[in-house]
Design a binder for this molecule. Structure first.
Ligand code: BDR
Ligand code: CA
Length: 392
């Protein structure tokens, strides 16, 4: 019996509290490994595969991430839940349905989620994703419709049905997941893990401090990081190193089948949209990298951090802070990577006006997240382009 199964018998919070343990789970991905031969279609989807729910705001890179997931036979996609983010929900929901139809996977339930962040007005990213959210790539109106259950309820009911089995792969703002956590205190202990595209320990992309998904709904992100669910954070630190090239687009165009052609159109339009918007850099494959990280965690290097989210800053809301014995004040640095001292997790100094002390958030260092710190970009693109073009 593996460590994950042992842990799933008690809640994650109980495990951490009882043992004072650090997350020592090295592999968090699928329970089955798929060979190249099996990818050409010989592997049946069925029991033993990894149950996932994908929460998304398509979004060009979301659309490619969804196609990658639906072309990955290791996954049993229990649901796709849409959230407002890159564009409003009125567009992210049909865009998710379009991808499901293109992939011929209309059996996957798609649910509508939050129209707006928990406490803030929605900020979109049409400057990156175009007015339709797909970089201007035009696909037919979806024929299928969303299920009646709202996203947060669907997440709760699926996780409750398969306790300890479901991984949430989130590639948009965390509003739906936070809403589900707020309405069900047992949810966090039942989720196997959350693998998110979000955050950064090296500066933001919408402000100097914040990455877009966390910026849009920092309060939701804070609820998630503090929930006790094991978090895997695939942030800008690594996704910035996944630039889409002309060569990738040509490889997709050369692929046969609807998924390859749709992915090629998305990729071509993403490059065009970037050029129109005046970005010097090429589009990054942020969201596909989060899916790939779940499929094969060896594509990335990982470090344990205690991650918290700035929610009050006038300029910094949505910033993710990574505490570890190797960061913070030099007097608190650990001599060795393995040694975890009683590191104080400090926030800002208390103000004169306030009686509440926010200077110490935690009196002991217990990581809550595995953070991706390096990526083998070439291997990632082999997987992404290979699977989307049907060549793997
Ligand atoms: C994230 O923000 C969105 O624009 C992308 O889809 C991705 O999820 C990158 O910061
Ligand atoms: Ca996204």
């Amino acid at each position: 019996m593996d460590l994950e199964q042992n842990i799933s018998r008690m809640t994650r919070r109980q495990f951490v509290t009882a043992t004072g343990a650090l997350f020592v789970l090295d592999s968090f991905g699928p329970r089955v490994r798929v060979t190249r031969g099996q990818l050409s279609g010989k592997l049946e989807r069925g029991p033993g595969l990894s149950r996932v729910i994908i929460d998304t705001d398509p979004g060009v890179d979301d659309a490619l991430a969804l196609l990658l997931a639906m072309r990955s036979p290791e996954l049993k996609i229990e649901a796709i839940t849409a959230v407002a983010g890159n564009v409003p929900l009125e567009l992210t929901l049909p865009n998710a349905l379009r991808m499901v139809e293109i992939a011929g996977r209309s059996e996957i339930p798609v649910a509508a989620g939050a129209k707006a962040p928990l406490l803030r007005r929605l900020v979109t990213a049409t400057y990156v994703h175009g007015e339709n959210g797909l970089g201007g790539a035009a696909f037919p109106e979806p024929r299928t419709t969303a299920v009646a259950e709202p996203a947060a309820e669907l997440i709760r009911s699926i996780v409750k049905k398969y306790p300890g089995e479901v991984t949430l792969i989130t590639i948009g703002p965390l509003t739906n997941v936070a809403a589900a956590l707020q309405s069900d205190s047992e949810l966090a202990g039942r989720v196997r893990r959350i693998v998110m595209m979000g955050g950064s320990l090296s500066g933001g992309n919408i402000t100097p401090a914040a990455e877009f998904n966390i910026y849009v709904d920092p309060e939701a992100a804070r609820i998630v990081f503090q929930s006790g669910m094991p978090v895997t954070m695939v942030g800008l630190d690594v996704t910035r190193r996944t630039a889409l090239t002309e060569e990738h687009v040509r490889a997709l165009e050369a692929g046969r089948g609807g998924v390859s052609q749709a992915a090629a159109a998305l990729a071509r339009n993403a490059i065009e949209q970037h050029r129109r918007a005046g970005f010097a850099a090429r589009p990054n494959m942020h969201d596909p990298l989060a899916v790939a990280a779940f499929l094969d965690s060896s594509l990335l290097k990982w470090k344990d951090y205690y991650v918290d989210v700035e929610t009050r800053g006038e300029l910094t809301a949505g910033e993710t802070l990574g505490y570890s014995p190797r960061t913070g004040g030099s007097e608190q640095r650990s001599a060795t990577e393995k040694q975890f001292p009683n590191l104080l997790i400090r926030g800002s100094a208390p103000t004169l006006a306030s009686s509440e002390s926010s200077s110490v958030l935690r009196d002991k260092f217990v990581p809550n997240a595995k953070v991706a710190v390096d990526v083998d970009s070439a291997r990632f693109f082999d997987m992404l382009i290979g699977r989307l073009s049907g060549k793997q």
